[in-house]
Design a protein around this ligand. Structure first.
Ligand code: NAP
Ligand code: MG
Length: 487
């Protein structure tokens, strides 16, 4: 990677133009692998900017809605082609902004391209059903209409895929959008919006306003002219957005945190389970909503599994995500690093036993970044903070269970229900897990963090507003059904 980084200022994208915020303030985006490096400057916008963007989206919505689905899909195909050409550049930018490895951000960009193509095709698929009327001389059917203006609020952990998996279905089903990306990764989002611009979307259909979540995010949630809000991020912020939207009758969708378990049964393929736990817990430095954070192991194989896991964990190379030798990058920002270290401290205080990791890494160049060791705690119990709260870092809590039935009880004993895995070769364990595990994503002999774009994605309990994203499920959120009776 030899690209010379220029520190550029990125403007808001409103009504087809790149314009600076009326507040005249900017925010810097920092590289967590090297805090001296400023990746770019982004606008620290005010509510005036947001109002302009919402007005533009509102004015564009009638024309956009009236295009055919296929015509709207064409714009997404074009955006996919442009993103494909800019793949390396945009992936590199994402690595510089939030730290995960270039291999991961490249994979994520490829995913973004596939999502755009999937929803481009969705423009030509069916939007309703014919339902037999009790009146034999009448025709009754359903059709779908867009919500209108949709606000898109996204986190930094998947800075390419998450904005795209919200924007693409919103647009293809006929909505116009105002995107508010995480401040941490707003430069990456601006580059994605450049791809949409080059694809030729009519002015006002796609808008982006960057700035503090408490101002621009909250402003979207409260804005009377925003008809739908799709949010991914933390629980505390999600709940506020849900309340604001509910209060004014807007449709909303919230995808939030997780505390995802992996159960390892005594009959499991242990090599497979170790590989999957390592990938699920430590890729993206543990900063996935679907990351593995609790590993519940049947007692007969506990010691053997633990030793295998610790050995593999100690082989992980931590470093700058742009270095091809690196397997795990830094935490995404200083606050994130501090949070992880404070959870590690809490784990120690509450009596969990540190098996490996636990420290900030500061040798040589690492001192300039926000690096933490991949960490495993032994002798954890369900009442511990590190077993209950989402850490969003590379930390595993190991728990021992007498049986798979007890493991399942432990697995369900949290407020979250996003993703869950079991490793077993026993069909009864597998079926019980599928039935009784309280999670929106159930994975058998596979890591907890794995998503396919054509299948519904979302959580149960406090992980979600119980809606689903992706695949066909996106249609449910981004449209309203009209039931039509024709006599
Ligand atoms: P976050 O702090 O909740 O931020 C998410 C977005 O909300 C950002 O754009 C943020 O803007 C904005 N925001 C902040 N305060 C706001 C407010 N008062 N009103 C409206 N918007 C506001 O989450 P994060 O730290 O970026 O992301 C990590 C979290 O996301 C984790 O909990 C993770 O589990 C969750 N996540 C869930 C999923 C899922 O699908 N279930 C997927 C990925 C991540 P600023 O950046 O400007 O603060
Ligand atoms: Mg950053």
């Amino acid at each position: 990677m030899t690209t010379k980084v220029q520190t550029k200022t990125y403007n808001n994208y409103i009504n087809g133009e790149w314009i600076a915020s009326s507040s005249n303030a900017v925010e810097k985006s920092i590289n967590p692998a090297n805090k001296e490096e400023i990746v770019g400057y982004i606008q620290k916008s005010s509510l005036d900017d947001l109002n302009q963007a919402v007005t533009a989206a509102k004015e564009a919505k009638e024309k956009w809605r009236k295009l055919s689905g296929a015509a709207r899909g064409e714009y997404l195909y074009k955006a996919a082609g442009i993103l494909e050409k800019r793949m390396d550049e945009i992936a590199e930018c994402a690595t510089r902004e939030m730290g995960k490895t270039f291999a991961e951000t490249k994979g994520e960009t490829a995913r973004g391209i596939a999502i755009l193509k999937y929803y481009a095709g969705e423009g030509m698929r069916k939007v309703g059903d014919v339902i037999p009327s009790s009146d034999s001389s009448a025709l009754m059917f359903t059709t779908r209409v867009p919500l209108g203006v949709v606000g898109v609020i996204t986190p930094w952990n998947f800075p390419i895929a998450i904005p795209i998996w919200k924007m693409a279905p919103a647009l293809v089903y006929g909505n116009t959008i105002v995107v508010k990306p995480a401040t941490e990764t707003a430069v990456t989002c601006a580059k994605i919006i450049e791809c949409f611009e080059e694809a030729g979307f009519p002015a006002g259909v796609v808008n982006m306003v960057t700035g503090p979540g408490s101002v621009i995010g909250q402003g979207i949630a409260e804005h009377e002219e925003v008809n739908g809000i799709t949010f991914t991020g933390s629980n505390s912020v999600g709940k506020r957005i849900g309340q604001a939207a509910l209060g004014r009758g807007a449709k909303y969708q919230l995808e939030m945190g997780g505390k995802n378990p992996v159960i390892v049964a005594a009959d499991a393929d242990l090599n497979l389970a170790v590989e999957a736990v390592i990938a699920g817990a430590f890729l993206s430095t543990g900063q996935k909503c679907t990351a593995t954070s609790r590993v519940i192991v049947e007692e007969g194989i506990y010691e053997e599994f633990k030793n295998m896991l610790v050995k593999k964990t100690q082989e992980i190379t931590v470093g700058n995500g742009l270095d091809s030798a690196t397997w795990m990058g830094p935490s995404a920002n200083e606050n994130q690093l501090k949070t992880v270290l404070s959870y590690i401290e809490k784990g120690r205080e509450e009596g969990a036993v540190l098996l490996t990791g636990g420290r900030r890494l500061e040798q040589g160049d690492l001192a300039n970044g926000f690096y933490v060791e991949p960490t495993i705690f032994d002798q954890c119990t369900s009442d511990m903070t590190i077993v209950q709260e989402e850490i969003f870092g590379p930390v595993i809590a190991l728990l021992k269970a007498e049986s798979v039935a007890e493991a399942l009880q432990i697995a369900n004993n949290v407020q979250y229900g996003l993703s869950a895995s079991i490793f077993t070769t026993n069909i009864q364990h597998l079926l019980t897990f599928v039935q009784d595990m309280e999670a929106g994503l159930i994975r058998v002999n596979a890591e907890s963090a794995g998503v396919e774009l054509q299948a519904p994605f979302g959580g149960m309990k406090n992980s979600s507003s119980h809606s689903r994203e992706q695949g066909e499920a996106a249609k449910e959120f981004f449209t309203s059904i009209k039931t039509v009776f024709v006599k």
